[in-house]
Design a protein around this ligand. Structure first.
Ligand SMILES: Nc1nc2c(ncn2[C@@H]2O[C@H](COP(=O)(O)OP(=O)(O)OP(=O)(O)O)[C@@H](O)[C@H]2O)c(=O)[nH]1
Ligand SMILES: [Mg+2]
Length: 489
């Protein structure tokens, strides 16, 4: 049975898309009204926006184009379109751009009803200003990238997105200010009045116009927060992996990296993985095929900073930088005391200090359940997880079952093609253990995620990883896990 939370998780991106659509539809109209009102106020009361437009008109535009208000409007509109066009061709931002096009369309209709923007422009007269603005937008947002276009796979126009955000956010803030704050201004007697001394000073006191303030602030807030999310490219996710000795921590982190690497090779956008130095060093052993398992037990006092980035999401893809610390499992037993602070400073060596900082700063903790220990009825050594959970209450937790290949035979079918079923099976089996069941309950019923390297028994009866014809190991479950990790950001 699929629960609501699972449904939401599996359809997260579609639901987000719908959510954004609704947000755009809801705010477009009131925003257009806010802009229209701001326009009116600034014209009548000589607000800063009006003065700014006048400065642009007579300072900048009179020299290159002509000095009408409409010219300024057309040029700024062109700039906006240029930036939005760049966002549209950016594969990571096309859905966001599509939503902004919709919002822009709705907003323009709203402004048109008030006789603003589109009705003001005549293509003949303002055409040059529009094109100029468009060109400036493309140049500012694209810069050198536009002329250096080699292949269209890896097009991130980060600057265009950022500028578009500031432009829109700026408009909204200025509009809010003009409508809701009354301040001394200038009355401009006629369109021809150029010199400041011809302006009539309106000596008004500063006051707040509370009419519709709450609604406008809410609409502006929703809009700015939404476009803020539209233009982000990166997210950082700090993980801390907890597991006893030889539970498969190092291989788990490597497996996640290998999957990310495989994804890059298969996908069209080649976002660089940028693995950390320590990770690269660990990966060197991958090429030495004589080692059956890829890594050896992590040495005491050895702390490796492993991090890399990968692309999460397909509708709204972002680069997630995943970072974690790899360390020797022996430290697990001292971590709860070190994290809670009940261990005297003097007893903490440098490694313990670094690890407990790592636990405290992590956004998400990964608790490893070693299937090999479970199957062999060996102590699971998960008691520490409970103590750590108590001291880090707000942190997210993911449960992962390493070496799940050991349960694959019992499962009977091919786990990688029946992943949902296999996950249910592993959860059911592991929760037969009271401690594991308690851990699941303690973490609000989170699902245990099985992962493994495909193995076969060698002549000594030990499990060793299967390598395909190219010598690479085959992993299962990591694809899902990368997505689960991405969901936490
Ligand atoms: N069958 C099977 N065995 C695994 C798997 N992953 C790890 N192992 C075994 O577990 C051993 C330990 O894995 P590591 O990743 O080094 O474990 P660790 O938690 O980093 O250990 P320490 O660094 O000593 O704390 C490996 O040498 C393998 O024998 C797996 O997916 N399947
Ligand atoms: Mg290790």
């Amino acid at each position: 049975m699929i629960g609501i939370s699972t449904y939401v998780r599996q359809n997260r991106e579609k639901l987000t898309l719908v959510g954004y659509l609704v947000a755009m539809a809801v705010v477009a109209w009131p925003l257009a009204e806010l802009f229209a009102e701001a326009w009116e106020v600034t014209q009548e009361d000589g607000g800063v926006a009006n003065i700014t437009i006048r400065l642009l008109r007579y300072g900048l535009f009179a020299t290159i184009l002509n000095d009408s208000h409409q010219t300024v409007v057309a040029a700024v509109f062109g700039l906006y379109l240029g930036l939005l066009a760049l966002m549209t061709v950016d594969p990571k931002k096309r859905w966001q751009a599509f939503l902004l096009w919709l919002g822009t369309g709705a907003g323009l209709v709203g402004l048109q009803v008030q006789g603003l923007v589109l009705p003001q422009l005549s293509l003949l007269e303002q055409g040059p200003a529009l094109v100029l603005g468009l060109g400036v937008g493309l140049a500012l947002g694209g810069g050198r990238r536009l002329v250096e276009l080699r292949d269209t796979d890896f097009l991130e126009f980060r600057r265009a997105s950022r500028l578009l955000f500031w432009l829109l956010a700026g408009f909204v803030l200025v509009a809010l200010f003009e409508v809701h704050v009354q301040y001394p201004g200038y009355r401009v007697p006629s369109d021809a009045a150029l010199a400041l001394d011809q302006y009539e000073v309106l000596d008004r006191s500063v006051a707040i116009n509370g009419d519709g303030l709450l609604l406008n602030v809410a609409v502006a807030g929703v809009f700015v927060a939404t476009i803020r999310r539209f233009v982000t490219y990166d997210a950082d996710a700090e993980f801390f992996i907890l597991g006893p000795r030889a539970s498969g921590k190092s291989l788990f982190l490597i497996g996640a990296y290998l999957k990310a690497l495989e994804r890059v090779r298969q996908s069209s956008h080649d976002t660089p993985l940028e693995p950390s130095q320590d990770l690269m060093e660990m990966l060197e052993v991958l090429d030495r095929e004589e080692t059956e398992w890829l890594v050896e037990a992590t040495g005491r006092a050895q702390v490796n900073y492993l991090s890399f980035q990968y692309v999460y999401g397909s509708v709204f893809p972002i680069n997630v930088r995943l970072s974690a610390i790899d360390y020797a499992g022996e430290y697990l037993s001292v971590l709860p005391d070190a994290v809670s602070g009940s261990m005297p400073e003097a007893e903490q060596d440098e490694t313990i200090g670094r690890l407990s900082t790592g636990v405290r700063e992590a956004d998400t903790l990964i608790f490893v359940i070693d299937v090999e220990r479970f199957v062999n009825d060996e102590p699971l050594e998960i008691a520490e997880y409970f103590s750590i959970l108590k001291t880090t209450e707000t942190t997210d937790v993911l449960l992962v079952a390493t070496k799940a290949d050991i349960l694959a035979e019992e499962f009977g079918k091919e786990p990688h093609v029946n992943m949902d079923e296999f996950t249910d099976f592993v959860n059911g089996r592991l929760r037969q253990n009271e401690n594991i069941d308690a851990l699941v309950t303690e973490t609000a019923g989170s699902e245990i995620h099985p992962v493994y390297y495909q193995t076969q028994k060698n002549e000594n009866g030990n499990r060793v990883p299967v390598r395909d014809s190219t010598g690479t190991v085959v992993t299962v479950g990591y694809d899902r896990f990368l997505d689960r990790m991405g969901e936490t950001v």
